[in-house]
Design a protein around this ligand. Sequence first.
Ligand code: HEC
Ligand code: HEC
Ligand code: HEC
Ligand code: HEC
Ligand code: HEC
Length: 204
Amino acid sequence: MGPATAVAAAGGLVYVTVLVTAVFNPHNSAIGYAPTQPVPYSHALHVGELGLDCRYCHTTVEHTARASIPPAEICMNCHKSIFTESPKLLPVREAFATGKPLAWVRVHDLPDFAYFDHSAHVNAGVGCVTCHGRVDRMEVVSQQAKLTMGWCLECHRDPDRNLRPAAEVTNMEWVPDEDPASLGRRLREQHDVNPSTDCTTCHR
Ligand code: HEC
Ligand code: HEC
Ligand code: HEC
Ligand code: HEC
Ligand code: HEC
């Protein structure tokens, strides 16, 4: 299939899917969307106060397209000895005992016709905070970026000021100690970072 046919085919798919998603996915691209979760898990407490790194729980974020949501086992590393009687943690203890995963509600959810890959961004030096905001201050996670195609493209066309050293990708407080654009340009050249704006990068 040539590129023109591929785009036409993607166009048809996109058209149908947009209608369906518009009906069934009303929260897509809603800044501030913050659904109530089955357990009142707080990033402000576990990351902001206790200092846990994102990758302690979101273990696949550097290796795969998806940033995994942690299984109850990870919570129980601590909660089999801390707050063992807490009613707030009852669903976690049940999930751990039965092996039936907790029903966390998705916050960010692109339509199925758009493809996103965490590892490509994190390994290129785009920090979590750039797209998700100050998660370390959130009692309840809320969507911070528009997640529209225009938002994706704005950075793909000119990523420089959004690049940081690889060691700082999960650091929510990092600030560059030089002009962000010139640091970004240097990092981009060093690591050969060139985000694509071809339709097939995100619509495959
Ligand atoms: C102790 C485990 C843990 C740590 C550490 C942690 N998270 Fe999470 N994270 C969770 C859990 C559990 C959820 C699902 C419940 C929720 O949305 O609050 C989640 C949800 C999220 C979501 C929303 C996912 C969605 O549904 O769209 C984002 C974004 C996120 N985390 C980012 C981060 C970032 C960034 C860090 C580091 C600064 C971090 N997390 C550290 C456990 C953790
Ligand atoms: C590294 C250890 C550690 C891990 C891992 C951890 N927690 Fe915690 N959690 C704590 C500590 C410590 C507290 C209590 C802080 C305080 O209030 O003194 C706490 C408190 C809580 C509370 C509040 C309990 C109450 O009754 O007020 C909830 C809910 C909670 N954690 C959920 C989770 C969930 C869900 C996970 C897994 C996604 C998780 N925790 C993973 C250490 C941890
Ligand atoms: C370039 C922007 C960007 C960066 C950087 C980024 N994310 Fe995301 N994140 C997204 C988007 C977009 C989604 C929704 C993906 C979807 O619906 O397919 C998402 C979804 C998530 C989810 C829900 C599970 C999933 O994969 O859909 C978690 C958890 C998460 N991000 C954590 C993180 C953490 C932790 C970091 C840093 C290590 C990070 N993200 C860096 C844009 C980003
Ligand atoms: C803040 C900047 C930024 C934002 C926002 C952003 N990207 Fe990216 N994207 C990048 C960078 C940097 C790369 C890595 C390019 C490289 O390594 O050459 C990348 C790479 C990718 C790749 C990997 C392409 C491949 O070759 O595998 C995909 C897919 C992608 N982005 C999709 C998206 C989508 C979809 C969105 C919006 C939901 C988005 N991006 C938002 C900066 C961004
Ligand atoms: C960097 C990622 C990225 C690239 C490159 C990209 N798109 Fe998109 N596109 C998205 C995302 C994410 C959405 C869903 C969010 C939205 O609707 O804005 C989307 C939505 C769409 C839609 C649905 C209508 C709409 O605007 O909501 C169409 C049609 C579309 N893209 C066509 C294209 C075409 C044609 C190209 C190439 C010229 C292209 N896209 C390139 C990320 C991308």
